[in-house]
Ligand binder design. Sequence first.
Ligand SMILES: Nc1ncnc2c1ncn2[C@@H]1O[C@H](COP(=O)(O)OP(=O)(O)OP(=O)(O)O)[C@@H](O)[C@H]1O
Ligand SMILES: [Mg+2]
Length: 522
Amino acid sequence: MTDVFRETLGNLLKARFPLLCVESFEEHRVLAEIAAVATDPVRVRTSRNLVTWSLTEGLVRPDGTRLEESNRPEHALRQALHTEEATVFVFRDLHPFLGDGQRPGDPAVVRLLRDVCAAFKSGPVARSLVLVSPTLQLPVELEKDVAVVDFPLPRVGEIRALLDDMIRSNIGSGRLTVTLDDAGRDRLATTARGLTLQEAENAFARAMVTGVTLSEADVDAVLEEKRRAVRTAGLLECVRVDIGLDDVGGLENLKQWLVKRQDSWLAEAARYGLPNPRGILITGVPGCGKSLTAKATSAAWGLPLLQLEMGRVFAGLVGSSEQNMRRALRTAEAVAPCVLWLDEVEKGFSGAGPGSGDSGTASRVFGSFLTWMQEKDVPVFVIATANDIERLPAEFLRKGRFDEVFYVDLPTAAERGQIWSVHLDRRLRNAPAAGGLVVDDAVTRRLVEASEGYSGAEIEHAVIAGLFEAYAERRPLTVEDMLLALAATVPLSVTQAEQVERIRTWANLRAVAATAAYDRFA
Ligand SMILES: Nc1ncnc2c1ncn2[C@@H]1O[C@H](COP(=O)(O)OP(=O)(O)OP(=O)(O)O)[C@@H](O)[C@H]1O
Ligand SMILES: [Mg+2]
């Protein structure tokens, strides 16, 4: 992947692009890569000097000498402006002077940067200025002049090399025993995929200091570090899942579809000529297992589940919406194979209706997401869930975007039976005091009949409410407890009958039923 970076950067430098921008937290890795490209005559035709700038050190030449009076950005930019040698300037701390959505930039710095652009574009010697910054927010004046270069997260190979280095130096000092074989090291490195090199180093270092041996058990520690790192990036959450497809009652059609696509990212599947599945959209009645299925899929497939918070993508707290989306997708790609879960995707469109003024951004962001989905060749399986499909733009549902659009309806009788048994089993398994209830056919029939029109979430709720009744009197749970709990709640299908009906009519025409036919007509 860094090869792509080198090639792109090389081409841009060769084409004399005056202003480039690399968005990354990994300053050191970026600098090393830029240095490798700028001084490589094969890539850039004529080798360039590499001069770096930071607020603390000012301009620094390749031999380490500092240029006088160059700490202030205006001074540094003026010196750059008057350079007569072929040079690549790498500016590391300039972004605070360029402003962001909230604050305006420093007008003098912005002006100088524009002057630099103009001078570098037309001058006889090859000069370029590269901005390296963790956030990419450019003043409008500069937007047209800058070329943005994607800097990928490290590949497994690079992470593995880091791990081997660290092991070597720690074993050398006699502080560490390693029980990991080659495959184990690979697994550890693969687990760290999606982290920056710095984060991976922290994770490995932590694993090495918490025990004197580095073993298979440390994979978990690294996974934990990854959850933390992905979370601090602010957009993706690595969700821990402890349920499987067996915990989803009914929805056999959907579950079968998923089971068939398990392991589809393995090389074996490619030998069958199979493409990576792109993803599915699950819509339907609230509380009927959309989010549950997303979670269960990741567990069933043994892949990490990354949840993308649509609200945060658009919140504008960290960077622009487009930038947020791009960053999230890049992280997901680096973590692949994984399941990327966009829960309640229609929320991204709140306020994006006609006349709200924000529809442009939302459409752009989703447009780029859909393009990514269609073109991606990495095994990131997308599961999007949505209640209010009417708020989704039409292109979201067009054939060929998602592999399938599934519709989750209120559970049928057969499905309710399974949902009751899932929840009773789960609750009673570890509850000796509440036990004793034998869930035979007669009991199931009563529960199933009484819960017609109730969602899975409402059934689960009735089990819990019944348990509270039993607990209040310190006695075992009875069927009546749950029947009473049901009777005491009015299901959503009644309180919001119209909306539920609307969702059903819509979906029946456009989506595939998640419920198997034999369950529907049972
Ligand atoms: N088919 C089901 N089998 C077992 N449990 C279910 C099922 N459907 C719902 N539940 C229970 O209800 C809870 C809520 O369901 P879930 O979050 O999947 O609903 P949802 O369809 O995503 O609803 P919403 O549209 O409100 O987000 C689940 O955690 C689960 O305990
Ligand atoms: Mg949900």
